[in-house]
Design a protein around this ligand. Structure first.
Ligand code: GLN
Length: 383
């Protein structure tokens, strides 16, 4: 039920991190940073633990974090978000996605339009909700959806359009035209939008534009984000959902029976992070952009064709010129051939669509620059 391939297997991230651990290869597979985030944020968590912030927090999240989320949405996007009614804190974006889909979608007559390739939990959560997944393909090399195909996918059966921008695994940032069309289609067919914005601050060429800021967007959109990526604390699992109170209440109704509450000492620490200076936010994007460039240059000189990502941790490379026929086999052999671990894009698509992605591989750039340099050096053995 939960795997696009129909078998209950460990996720691709667990499999590939295990492969890296067993072979000693550099892990550019699973997307997690290899150094800690800002000292103020880490210190705030330590202080919270020392000060006894260790019991159940309120179900919606602590007031200071909800206020910080509201202020963040105003500061970066000009959105007015009521911290008491329009926000709920979740156990990472993962729980937010699960709770949103379980809350909004009900059974086999409901369709969820998803851009493919997609983050693995999307298909699993659509399956948990018993709904139908309607994939809209994103194609190499720019990974923008074809608007005709998108229009054909959305209908009165569509309950939710699930969007991830900036996009994992492709690094795409949707064009203004695509964003506007998504909101127009949702309005026309009275569908809701769930937008996963975990890479909102890891965007290289333009400011992030949430769908909730478009005309007609706010009233039908749940916006999801997470502290994991922005503050390099992927293990803390603090995420949040914002949107109209009635939709947020529905998410809270499910969340209370998934985890009840989560992460009390991390919540004040994330509030500290959300209030960091503009220089912090531009700094993390600039640092990751540089890593993207070094990784991209290394991949090109090793013989890959490379799709230039505009955001996220990830770069997609085509290994056709290196003889790849099946990206999964290529990735299994990569530690022995080059001492590097990566993830096949086929892990993010339904089985029937694997062929269109069969030579594409995802590399994570969210590692220390010396690690990216060393990985780039090792990949030259493939030439
Ligand atoms: N989001 C990260 C990735 O895509 C890690 C995901 C995970 O381990 N579930 O690689």
């Amino acid at each position: 039920l939960l795997s696009p391939n129909g078998v209950a297997a460990p996720t691709i991230f667990a499999e590939m991190s295990d492969l890296a651990a067993r072979t000693g290869a550099i892990n550019l597979g699973q997307g997690f940073p290899d150094e800690d985030g800002p000292a103020e944020v880490l210190e705030a968590a330590r202080a919270a633990i020392a000060n006894g912030v260790n019991q159940y927090p309120p179900g919606r999240g602590i007031p200071s974090l909800r206020s910080a989320i509201s202020e963040h949405q105003r500061r970066f996007y000009g959105l007015t978000v009521d911290p008491d009614r329009d926000v709920v804190v979740t156990a990472g974006a993962t729980e937010a996605i699960a709770a949103a889909l379980l809350a909004l979608v009900d059974g086999p007559d409901d369709e969820v339009v998803v851009f493919e390739p997609y983050y693995d939990s999307y298909a699993a959560c659509v399956a948990l909700a018993g709904a139908r997944l309607v994939p809209v393909p994103l194609r190499w090399p720019d990974f923008q959806p074809d608007l005709e195909v998108l229009r054909a996918a959305v209908s009165d059966r569509t309950r939710v359009i699930l969007v991830n921008d900036p996009h994992n695994p492709t690094g795409a940032v949707f064009s203004a035209e695509v964003r506007a069309e998504i909101v127009r289609l949702a309005e026309r067919h009275d569908a809701l939008i769930v937008e996963d914005e975990v890479y909102e601050h890891l965007i290289f060429d333009e400011p992030h534009v949430p769908l909730a800021t478009l005309p007609g967007g706010w009233e039908r959109t749940l916006s999801i984000s997470s502290a994991g990526k922005t503050y390099s604390v992927t293990g803390w699992k603090i995420g949040w959902v914002s949107g109209p109170a009635a939709l947020v209440d529905a998410v809270l109704a499910v969340k209370q029976f998934l985890t009840y509450v989560n992460g009390s000492p991390f919540q004040p620490a994330v509030a500290t992070g959300l209030a960091l200076s503009d220089a912090f936010f531009t700094g993390i994007a600039a640092t990751l952009r540089h890593k993207r460039d070094v990784l991209g240059a290394g991949l090109r000189s090793a013989g890959f064709a490379v799709s230039q990502p505009r955001g996220s941790y990830f770069t997609v490379a085509d290994a056709t010129a290196l003889g790849a026929k099946d990206a999964a086999d290529f990735c299994r052999e990569l530690p022995a051939r080059a001492g590097v671990v990566a993830i096949p894009l086929t892990a993010f698509v339904t089985t029937a669509h694997r062929d269109a992605y069969a030579t594409l591989v995802r590399f994570a750039a969210c590692k220390r620059i010396e690690v990216i340099d060393e990985a780039a050096r090792r990949l030259q053995t493939l030439v």
